[in-house]
Design a protein around this ligand. Structure first.
Ligand code: GLC
Length: 501
């Protein structure tokens, strides 16, 4: 098995994680200062969201220099130190590569927009209106009902931006763009990163002509872009990574069909891993989860793709908010994340069962309405929770009780529960590598087993708001792993894990 198939990844949104400089925005030295914490928690790798120079209109997903660090986050020296310190603790580091678009402040775009003849004109997607005065296609930019095309007065042409006007899309059909972006990968690989999370990487292939179907008119750009050429680009990217030992790519393939997602692994020559986002929308119902697991298993196994699992991230509501702040549900969701077959991605703060913060309208900063799940991590129990008095986003009302300090002091907390699961996963080959067997729904209870050699674990999740019968007969159980003592029943929304004879 490759390390990334057995690892648990922990996503750090650097602005919100830990602030060493005391300016209210998290930074790289803040992350380094929490590596001991991450080691105690028991994760294997971190994915750090963008920290590159940026005007921050999309909080770093609008990059103006791919090979440096934004001063708000620190310096390249801080980065090298972070990687060294993480590696000393056996924690791998992957970073966020944003290949689909740059910031409009990037010098490449400044040149590209300067004239129609500029050598970098072809680095972005420029078009004129057609003879009837229509835009090149009907694509809508993210977070709006506005076209994904903006006129640039300098030359009178329109450029494509699937996201903000200040995030022009690169033209991946231009070989020099591919070369430049490959060199960005090499810059960080040479610095010792263990790989990349690749932002909306399915979008880099485009067919602008996919525009005339009226049924598609209401759909966003994300759905419109799943075209064959992207697989050529991914194979090229893969060969850059293959020039280095043991580096990983995980693609943000923001398509919600596990079958489509699985195609992004190619024949083992494209992405190493891809996000599978259907789980972000799967309702809290036994049959819905069983269908998702079955679909993921079947589609991924068919092409020998190793699945991934995710419950939340910096773009989506946290588990406690999505599932209704029911403690048992939050814990059972963690059980699913950490006991299914595949690589789990745990968003920082989920080990605390932190809900999204309510953001008063005067504090809203994100154009995509995602501030709630980006509220800072409360480290200490007393305000300002291990931050300065003015963090960039406010804390939620449960920050004190959900803080790391409060929960580490309480052996019954979500934090201890999550840590225990992480330890269990690490010590059980069946959870790391085992096959999924006997997936079944019995009323509101979903059960499945993980088998590896002679080791057989069974997992049950009760999706009902009332307790349920234990789904295994006493004779078949060799050992209770979760909870540690045999319970009388499965608690409402609760989960159980046993070792089978
Ligand atoms: C991805 C990121 C998101 C960002 C968008 C544009 O979906 O996760 O935060 O806004 O890409 O880069």
């Amino acid at each position: 098995m490759a390390w990334w198939e057995e690892a648990v990844f922990y996503q750090i949104y650097p602005r919100s994680f830990a602030d060493a400089s005391g300016d209210g925005v998290g930074d790289l030295r803040g992350i380094t200062s929490k590596l001991d914490y991450l080691q105690v928690l028991g994760i294997d790798a971190v994915w750090i969201s963008p920290f590159f120079p940026s005007p921050m209109r999309d909080f770093g997903y609008d990059v103006s220099d791919y090979c440096d660090i934004d001063p708000v986050f620190g310096t390249l020296h801080d980065f090298d130190e972070l990687v060294d310190e993480a590696h000393r603790r056996n924690i791998k580091v992957i970073i966020d590569w944003v290949p689909n678009h740059t910031s409009s402040d990037h010098p490449w775009f400044t040149e590209s927009r300067s004239s129609r003849e500029n050598p970098r004109r072809s680095w972005y997607v420029w078009r004129s209106l057609d003879e009837k005065g229509r835009l090149p296609n009907n694509w809508i930019r993210a977070w709006s009902d506005q076209p994904a095309w903006t006129r640039d007065d300098l030359t009178g042409e329109y450029y494509l931006h699937c996201f903000l006007e200040s995030q022009p899309d690169l033209n991946w059909d231009e070989p020099l763009v591919r070369q430049a972006m490959h060199n960005v990968l090499r810059f960080w690989l040479d610095r010792g990163v263990d790989g990349f999370r690749m932002d909306v990487v399915h979008l880099i292939g485009k067919e602008l002509s996919r525009n005339d179907d009226p049924e598609l008119a209401a759909l966003t750009h994300v759905i419109l872009n799943d075209v064959p050429i992207v697989h050529d680009y991914l194979r090229e990217i893969r060969s850059v990574l293959d020039g280095y030992a043991d580096r990983v790519s995980v693609g943000e393939v923001a398509l919600f069909d596990p079958h489509q997602v699985a195609t992004y692994y190619g024949q083992g020559d494209e992405l190493h891993l891809s996000f599978n986002f259907k789980s972000l929308m799967t309702p809290w119902r036994a049959s819905a989860w069983a269908d998702l697991i079955r679909e993921t298993e079947e589609t991924h196994a068919a092409v020998s793709a190793w699945p991934t699992w995710v419950l939340s991230n910096h773009d989506n509501p946290r588990i406690a908010t999505r599932l209704g702040a029911i403690e048992e549900r939050v814990r059972s969701a963690l059980v699913l994340l950490l006991s299914l077959r595949g690589t789990p991605f745990l968003y920082a703060g989920e080990e605390l069962g932190l809900p999204d913060a309510e953001i008063p309208s005067e504090r809203v900063v994100d154009p995509g309405g995602r501030d709630g799940c980006r509220s800072p991590i409360p480290w200490q129990q007393a305000p300002p929770f291990g931050w300065t008095d003015n963090p960039w986003l406010p804390f939620g009302t449960s920050a004190a009780e959900r803080s790391v300090e409060a929960q580490r002091n309480d052996v019954h907390s979500t934090w201890h529960f999550c840590r225990m699961l992480l330890q269990l996963r690490r010590s059980e080959p069946a959870l790391l590598r085992g096959t999924v067997v006997g997936l079944e729904v019995r009323g509101d209870v979903m059960v499945f087993e993980r088998h590896e050699g002679t080791s057989r674990l069974a997992v049950a999740v009760n999706f009902a708001d009332s307790h349920a019968e234990i789904p295994w007969s006493t004779e078949t159980i060799a050992e209770w792993l979760l909870p540690a003592m045999p319970p009388a029943h499965l608690s409402s929304n609760g989960a159980a894990i046993v070792r089978l004879r």
